[in-house]
Design a protein around this ligand. Sequence first.
Ligand code: SAH
Length: 206
Amino acid sequence: MGFLLTLRRRGISDRAVLRAMDEVPRAQFVEADFTDSAYADHALPIACGQTISQPYVVAYMTEQLALRPHHRVLEIGTGSGYQAAVLSRLAREVVSIERYRTLADAAAKRLSALGYANVEVVAGDGLEGLPARAPFDRIIVTAAAPSVPEVLVAQLGEGGIMLLPVGPQDGTQHIIKLTKSQTGLKRDELIAVRFVPLLPGQAREL
Ligand code: SAH
């Protein structure tokens, strides 16, 4: 089945999101051995024991972020840079933090070669966020935490939306959607997912 048709069948309906998914060449973000399955709807291994997320989950989280063209977005967990590329089609600026320098460097190179000029990759600990550049209109975390990191919530602007997988490493995680308003924080539990863990600190191994 076609890539976009699969996403539509699973319920992705936002046309701008579908267009972004259509535009970003996932084959350029997977390892050479997996080029043949680049457009199948599942996660694939990348370097450093990490994964590039399943297209449906990328599209779903992107849709839930309700991005506007003026938004500044913070992503935690650059990995291959695929999710960041999709976000970059719908927002003004994307800053993405990755704890493995190898992945951060490869993603930065790939994104710039493909012309995604409004994405910046930072090697560092995403659990600290980027306080100097806060507040962000949107925050997306693409690795699973046992609970919501309050440091990141503090870097979300008013009217902002933050999405992150929360749950145990080896159990069911759910995408949690936090919406910040004048009156507080609204929390919604969305779909069940499976992500690699959000780990503290910059990786010491490359
Ligand atoms: N968004 C990615 C998927 C990445 S998988 C893509 O589209 O390909 C999750 C990534 O989060 C991994 O690369 C992992 O190294 C990274 N990660 C885990 N904990 C982190 C942290 N504290 N700070 C930054 N990155 C982290």
